[in-house]
Design a protein around this ligand. Structure first.
Ligand code: TXA
Ligand code: MG
Length: 318
Protein backbone atom coordinates (compact mmCIF):
# COMPACT_ATOMS: atom_id res chain seq x y z
CA UNK A 1 0.00 0.00 0.00
CA UNK A 2 1.21 3.49 -0.84
CA UNK A 3 2.47 5.46 2.14
CA UNK A 4 0.51 8.69 2.17
CA UNK A 5 1.97 9.91 5.45
CA UNK A 6 5.15 11.34 3.96
CA UNK A 7 5.27 14.32 6.32
CA UNK A 8 5.16 12.17 9.50
CA UNK A 9 8.64 11.70 10.95
CA UNK A 10 10.19 9.72 13.82
CA UNK A 11 11.59 12.03 16.51
CA UNK A 12 15.27 11.06 16.06
CA UNK A 13 18.10 13.58 16.26
CA UNK A 14 18.16 14.25 12.52
CA UNK A 15 14.42 14.87 12.37
CA UNK A 16 14.49 17.07 15.47
CA UNK A 17 17.06 19.19 13.68
CA UNK A 18 14.83 19.32 10.59
CA UNK A 19 11.90 20.31 12.79
CA UNK A 20 14.05 23.05 14.33
CA UNK A 21 15.01 24.36 10.89
CA UNK A 22 11.38 24.39 9.79
CA UNK A 23 10.36 26.39 12.82
CA UNK A 24 13.29 28.79 12.50
CA UNK A 25 12.13 29.42 8.92
CA UNK A 26 8.71 30.44 10.28
CA UNK A 27 7.00 27.23 9.20
CA UNK A 28 4.58 25.50 11.52
CA UNK A 29 4.76 21.81 12.36
CA UNK A 30 2.80 19.11 14.20
CA UNK A 31 4.27 18.28 17.61
CA UNK A 32 3.20 15.75 20.26
CA UNK A 33 2.51 16.74 23.86
CA UNK A 34 1.22 14.52 26.68
CA UNK A 35 -2.28 16.04 26.29
CA UNK A 36 -2.94 16.38 22.53
CA UNK A 37 -0.84 17.20 19.46
CA UNK A 38 -0.06 20.87 18.89
CA UNK A 39 0.40 22.95 15.75
CA UNK A 40 3.62 24.69 16.72
CA UNK A 41 5.41 27.81 15.54
CA UNK A 42 7.85 30.43 16.86
CA UNK A 43 5.91 32.39 19.48
CA UNK A 44 8.10 35.44 18.87
CA UNK A 45 7.37 35.56 15.14
CA UNK A 46 4.26 37.26 13.74
CA UNK A 47 4.76 35.41 10.48
CA UNK A 48 4.77 32.00 12.16
CA UNK A 49 1.81 32.77 14.36
CA UNK A 50 -0.29 34.13 11.49
CA UNK A 51 0.27 30.82 9.68
CA UNK A 52 -1.11 28.94 12.68
CA UNK A 53 -4.32 31.02 12.70
CA UNK A 54 -4.72 30.62 8.96
CA UNK A 55 -4.19 26.85 8.89
CA UNK A 56 -6.53 26.27 11.82
CA UNK A 57 -9.10 28.76 10.50
CA UNK A 58 -9.01 30.13 14.04
CA UNK A 59 -10.73 33.44 14.83
CA UNK A 60 -8.01 36.01 15.47
CA UNK A 61 -9.64 36.95 18.79
CA UNK A 62 -8.75 33.57 20.30
CA UNK A 63 -5.22 33.62 21.81
CA UNK A 64 -2.74 30.72 21.66
CA UNK A 65 -1.02 28.78 24.46
CA UNK A 66 2.73 29.44 24.66
CA UNK A 67 4.96 26.45 25.51
CA UNK A 68 8.24 26.93 27.40
CA UNK A 69 11.18 24.70 28.25
CA UNK A 70 11.74 25.97 31.79
CA UNK A 71 11.07 28.55 34.46
CA UNK A 72 13.94 30.90 33.58
CA UNK A 73 12.63 31.27 30.02
CA UNK A 74 9.10 31.73 31.30
CA UNK A 75 10.17 34.66 33.50
CA UNK A 76 11.24 36.64 30.44
CA UNK A 77 7.67 36.76 29.13
CA UNK A 78 5.28 36.62 32.10
CA UNK A 79 5.06 37.86 35.70
CA UNK A 80 5.09 35.01 38.21
CA UNK A 81 3.12 34.98 41.48
CA UNK A 82 2.95 32.88 44.67
CA UNK A 83 0.11 30.58 43.55
CA UNK A 84 1.90 29.95 40.30
CA UNK A 85 5.12 28.95 42.10
CA UNK A 86 3.23 26.44 44.29
CA UNK A 87 1.47 24.89 41.31
CA UNK A 88 4.61 24.92 39.22
CA UNK A 89 6.56 23.05 41.93
CA UNK A 90 3.85 20.43 42.32
CA UNK A 91 2.64 19.91 38.76
CA UNK A 92 5.20 20.99 36.17
CA UNK A 93 6.16 19.87 33.68
CA UNK A 94 2.65 18.61 33.01
CA UNK A 95 -0.85 19.02 31.61
CA UNK A 96 -1.65 22.42 33.13
CA UNK A 97 -1.77 25.87 31.54
CA UNK A 98 -1.53 29.10 33.55
CA UNK A 99 -2.89 32.48 32.51
CA UNK A 100 -0.48 35.11 33.84
CA UNK A 101 0.18 38.80 33.21
CA UNK A 102 2.52 39.59 30.38
CA UNK A 103 5.95 40.92 31.24
CA UNK A 104 6.56 44.37 29.72
CA UNK A 105 9.74 43.09 28.07
CA UNK A 106 8.00 40.10 26.53
CA UNK A 107 8.83 39.31 22.91
CA UNK A 108 5.75 37.17 22.31
CA UNK A 109 3.90 38.09 19.12
CA UNK A 110 0.85 40.26 19.78
CA UNK A 111 -1.07 38.21 17.23
CA UNK A 112 -0.46 35.05 19.30
CA UNK A 113 -2.02 36.78 22.30
CA UNK A 114 -4.90 38.30 20.33
CA UNK A 115 -3.50 41.61 21.69
CA UNK A 116 -4.29 40.63 25.30
CA UNK A 117 -2.12 41.69 28.22
CA UNK A 118 -2.24 38.17 29.64
CA UNK A 119 -0.51 35.01 28.41
CA UNK A 120 -1.54 31.34 28.69
CA UNK A 121 1.69 29.44 29.40
CA UNK A 122 2.50 25.77 29.71
CA UNK A 123 5.60 23.68 30.37
CA UNK A 124 4.84 20.36 28.68
CA UNK A 125 6.16 16.99 29.79
CA UNK A 126 6.25 14.96 26.56
CA UNK A 127 9.85 14.08 25.71
CA UNK A 128 9.58 15.10 22.04
CA UNK A 129 8.34 18.67 22.55
CA UNK A 130 10.84 19.03 25.41
CA UNK A 131 13.68 17.89 23.15
CA UNK A 132 12.55 20.37 20.52
CA UNK A 133 12.22 23.27 23.00
CA UNK A 134 15.69 22.46 24.32
CA UNK A 135 17.28 23.14 20.93
CA UNK A 136 15.26 26.31 20.22
CA UNK A 137 16.00 29.82 21.44
CA UNK A 138 12.33 30.83 21.73
CA UNK A 139 9.06 29.41 23.09
CA UNK A 140 6.49 27.67 20.90
CA UNK A 141 2.98 28.93 20.26
CA UNK A 142 0.95 25.75 19.90
CA UNK A 143 -2.80 25.39 19.86
CA UNK A 144 -4.24 21.92 19.41
CA UNK A 145 -3.46 20.70 15.88
CA UNK A 146 -7.00 20.62 14.53
CA UNK A 147 -9.17 22.83 12.37
CA UNK A 148 -10.98 25.28 14.67
CA UNK A 149 -14.05 23.81 16.40
CA UNK A 150 -13.07 20.21 15.56
CA UNK A 151 -11.62 17.38 17.67
CA UNK A 152 -8.05 17.65 18.94
CA UNK A 153 -5.63 15.08 17.51
CA UNK A 154 -4.15 12.42 19.79
CA UNK A 155 -1.82 10.78 17.25
CA UNK A 156 0.41 11.92 14.37
CA UNK A 157 -2.03 10.38 11.86
CA UNK A 158 -4.87 12.42 13.38
CA UNK A 159 -2.82 15.56 12.64
CA UNK A 160 -2.40 14.35 9.07
CA UNK A 161 -6.19 13.77 8.86
CA UNK A 162 -6.70 17.42 9.82
CA UNK A 163 -4.12 19.12 7.61
CA UNK A 164 -2.82 16.55 5.10
CA UNK A 165 0.17 18.01 3.27
CA UNK A 166 -0.67 21.59 4.19
CA UNK A 167 1.95 21.24 6.91
CA UNK A 168 5.38 20.01 5.90
CA UNK A 169 6.42 18.27 9.05
CA UNK A 170 4.78 16.25 11.82
CA UNK A 171 6.89 14.74 14.62
CA UNK A 172 5.50 11.36 15.63
CA UNK A 173 5.55 11.00 19.41
CA UNK A 174 3.06 8.12 19.51
CA UNK A 175 -0.33 8.19 21.16
CA UNK A 176 -0.87 11.04 23.66
CA UNK A 177 -0.87 9.74 27.22
CA UNK A 178 -3.74 11.92 28.45
CA UNK A 179 -5.73 12.48 25.26
CA UNK A 180 -7.62 15.61 26.44
CA UNK A 181 -6.36 19.20 26.51
CA UNK A 182 -4.64 20.69 29.56
CA UNK A 183 -6.43 22.21 32.54
CA UNK A 184 -6.37 26.02 32.18
CA UNK A 185 -6.23 28.14 35.33
CA UNK A 186 -6.31 31.95 35.35
CA UNK A 187 -3.97 33.25 38.07
CA UNK A 188 -4.24 36.95 37.19
CA UNK A 189 -7.12 37.28 39.69
CA UNK A 190 -8.77 34.88 42.15
CA UNK A 191 -7.68 31.47 40.81
CA UNK A 192 -10.27 30.48 38.20
CA UNK A 193 -10.49 27.30 36.14
CA UNK A 194 -11.17 28.29 32.54
CA UNK A 195 -11.05 24.77 31.14
CA UNK A 196 -11.16 21.51 33.14
CA UNK A 197 -8.55 18.94 32.17
CA UNK A 198 -6.36 16.12 33.41
CA UNK A 199 -5.54 17.86 36.68
CA UNK A 200 -8.56 18.07 38.95
CA UNK A 201 -9.84 21.14 40.78
CA UNK A 202 -9.47 19.26 44.07
CA UNK A 203 -5.80 18.66 43.46
CA UNK A 204 -5.23 22.33 42.62
CA UNK A 205 -7.10 23.48 45.74
CA UNK A 206 -5.01 21.18 47.90
CA UNK A 207 -1.82 22.68 46.53
CA UNK A 208 -2.66 26.38 46.80
CA UNK A 209 -4.84 25.89 49.89
CA UNK A 210 -7.49 28.20 48.42
CA UNK A 211 -10.89 27.82 46.89
CA UNK A 212 -10.76 27.81 43.13
CA UNK A 213 -13.54 29.32 41.01
CA UNK A 214 -14.97 27.24 38.18
CA UNK A 215 -15.89 29.39 35.24
CA UNK A 216 -18.74 27.94 33.21
CA UNK A 217 -18.44 29.97 30.03
CA UNK A 218 -14.91 31.09 29.48
CA UNK A 219 -14.66 32.34 25.96
CA UNK A 220 -16.15 35.71 25.22
CA UNK A 221 -18.39 35.18 22.25
CA UNK A 222 -18.07 38.30 20.16
CA UNK A 223 -20.07 37.23 17.14
CA UNK A 224 -23.24 35.13 17.28
CA UNK A 225 -22.50 31.44 17.04
CA UNK A 226 -18.76 31.97 17.07
CA UNK A 227 -16.75 29.50 19.12
CA UNK A 228 -19.87 27.91 20.55
CA UNK A 229 -19.45 24.57 18.86
CA UNK A 230 -16.16 23.05 19.92
CA UNK A 231 -14.49 19.65 20.02
CA UNK A 232 -16.89 18.55 17.29
CA UNK A 233 -16.42 15.24 15.43
CA UNK A 234 -18.24 16.77 12.44
CA UNK A 235 -21.52 14.92 13.10
CA UNK A 236 -24.18 15.75 15.73
CA UNK A 237 -23.53 14.62 19.31
CA UNK A 238 -26.32 14.05 21.86
CA UNK A 239 -25.35 13.71 25.52
CA UNK A 240 -26.89 11.84 28.48
CA UNK A 241 -28.69 9.33 26.24
CA UNK A 242 -29.46 5.73 27.25
CA UNK A 243 -29.98 4.30 23.78
CA UNK A 244 -29.01 4.98 20.18
CA UNK A 245 -31.45 5.84 17.42
CA UNK A 246 -31.26 4.37 13.90
CA UNK A 247 -27.88 5.04 12.17
CA UNK A 248 -26.55 6.41 15.43
CA UNK A 249 -23.46 5.24 17.32
CA UNK A 250 -23.64 4.95 21.10
CA UNK A 251 -20.68 5.77 23.32
CA UNK A 252 -20.71 4.15 26.75
CA UNK A 253 -18.49 3.39 29.65
CA UNK A 254 -17.88 0.49 32.06
CA UNK A 255 -18.54 -3.25 32.40
CA UNK A 256 -22.30 -3.10 32.00
CA UNK A 257 -22.25 -1.41 28.61
CA UNK A 258 -23.58 -3.97 26.11
CA UNK A 259 -21.52 -5.15 23.16
CA UNK A 260 -23.08 -4.21 19.79
CA UNK A 261 -21.93 -3.14 16.36
CA UNK A 262 -22.84 0.50 16.96
CA UNK A 263 -21.65 0.51 20.60
CA UNK A 264 -18.28 2.00 21.55
CA UNK A 265 -16.99 1.43 25.09
CA UNK A 266 -14.57 4.10 26.31
CA UNK A 267 -13.31 1.91 29.16
CA UNK A 268 -14.43 -1.65 29.82
CA UNK A 269 -13.14 -1.58 33.38
CA UNK A 270 -14.73 1.77 34.14
CA UNK A 271 -11.58 3.89 34.35
CA UNK A 272 -12.31 7.57 33.73
CA UNK A 273 -8.67 8.12 32.81
CA UNK A 274 -8.86 5.47 30.10
CA UNK A 275 -12.21 6.87 28.94
CA UNK A 276 -10.69 10.34 28.57
CA UNK A 277 -7.82 8.87 26.61
CA UNK A 278 -10.17 7.07 24.21
CA UNK A 279 -12.76 9.84 23.73
CA UNK A 280 -11.43 11.74 20.69
CA UNK A 281 -10.03 8.61 19.05
CA UNK A 282 -13.40 6.87 19.36
CA UNK A 283 -15.32 9.84 17.92
CA UNK A 284 -12.91 9.91 14.96
CA UNK A 285 -13.50 6.16 14.34
CA UNK A 286 -17.29 6.63 14.52
CA UNK A 287 -17.15 9.44 11.95
CA UNK A 288 -14.97 7.33 9.63
CA UNK A 289 -17.45 4.44 9.87
CA UNK A 290 -20.09 6.81 8.45
CA UNK A 291 -22.50 6.91 11.38
CA UNK A 292 -24.85 9.89 11.04
CA UNK A 293 -24.66 11.00 14.67
CA UNK A 294 -23.42 10.03 18.14
CA UNK A 295 -25.37 9.46 21.36
CA UNK A 296 -23.43 9.31 24.61
CA UNK A 297 -24.40 7.66 27.92
CA UNK A 298 -24.09 9.73 31.08
CA UNK A 299 -20.44 9.90 32.19
CA UNK A 300 -19.68 10.33 35.94
CA UNK A 301 -18.90 13.99 36.63
CA UNK A 302 -15.84 13.56 38.85
CA UNK A 303 -12.07 13.83 38.38
CA UNK A 304 -11.20 13.78 34.69
CA UNK A 305 -14.88 12.92 34.03
CA UNK A 306 -15.52 16.69 34.46
CA UNK A 307 -13.18 17.34 31.52
CA UNK A 308 -14.89 14.63 29.44
CA UNK A 309 -18.31 16.15 30.13
CA UNK A 310 -17.06 19.66 29.37
CA UNK A 311 -15.88 18.54 25.92
CA UNK A 312 -19.00 16.47 25.21
CA UNK A 313 -21.26 19.35 26.19
CA UNK A 314 -19.46 21.68 23.79
CA UNK A 315 -19.47 19.02 21.05
CA UNK A 316 -23.25 18.76 21.45
CA UNK A 317 -23.93 22.50 21.01
CA UNK A 318 -25.94 23.29 17.93
O1 TXA B 1 -3.30 20.64 26.09
C1 TXA B 1 -3.30 21.73 25.57
O2 TXA B 1 -3.51 22.78 26.21
C2 TXA B 1 -3.00 21.81 24.07
C3 TXA B 1 -1.56 21.40 23.83
C4 TXA B 1 -1.15 21.47 22.39
O3 TXA B 1 -0.73 22.19 24.64
N1 TXA B 1 -3.27 23.11 23.55
C5 TXA B 1 -4.53 23.62 23.41
O4 TXA B 1 -4.55 24.86 22.81
O5 TXA B 1 -5.53 23.03 23.77
P1 TXA B 1 -5.88 25.53 22.21
O6 TXA B 1 -5.44 26.74 21.51
O7 TXA B 1 -6.60 24.54 21.41
O8 TXA B 1 -6.69 25.96 23.47
C6 TXA B 1 -6.19 27.02 24.26
C7 TXA B 1 -7.28 27.74 24.96
C8 TXA B 1 -8.16 28.52 24.02
O9 TXA B 1 -9.49 28.20 24.27
C9 TXA B 1 -7.88 29.98 24.36
O10 TXA B 1 -9.05 30.75 24.31
C10 TXA B 1 -7.35 29.89 25.77
O11 TXA B 1 -6.65 28.68 25.83
N2 TXA B 1 -6.42 30.99 26.05
C11 TXA B 1 -5.24 31.26 25.45
N3 TXA B 1 -4.69 32.39 25.93
C12 TXA B 1 -5.52 32.85 26.87
C13 TXA B 1 -5.51 33.98 27.73
N4 TXA B 1 -4.54 34.87 27.73
N5 TXA B 1 -6.55 34.13 28.58
C14 TXA B 1 -7.57 33.24 28.59
N6 TXA B 1 -7.64 32.14 27.81
C15 TXA B 1 -6.64 31.95 26.96
MG1 MG C 1 -8.12 23.48 20.69
Amino acid sequence: MKNIYLNIHKPNLLNLKKAKRNIENNNVIGVPTETVYGLAGNAYSNKSVKKIFKLKKRPSINPLIIHFKNLSDLKKDVILNADFIKLYNALCPGPITFVLNKNKKSKISNFALARKKTVAVRIPKHRVIKDLLNILKFPLAAPSANISSKLSPTSAKDVFDEFGNKIKFILDGGKCKIGLESTIIDLTKKPTILRPGGISVKKIQNIIKKKVILKKKFIKITAPGQLKLHYSPGIPVEINKKYAKKHQALIGFGKKFKVAKNHFNLSKNGSLKEAANNLYKTMRIIKKRKFKSIAVNRIPNKDIGCAINDRLKKASNK
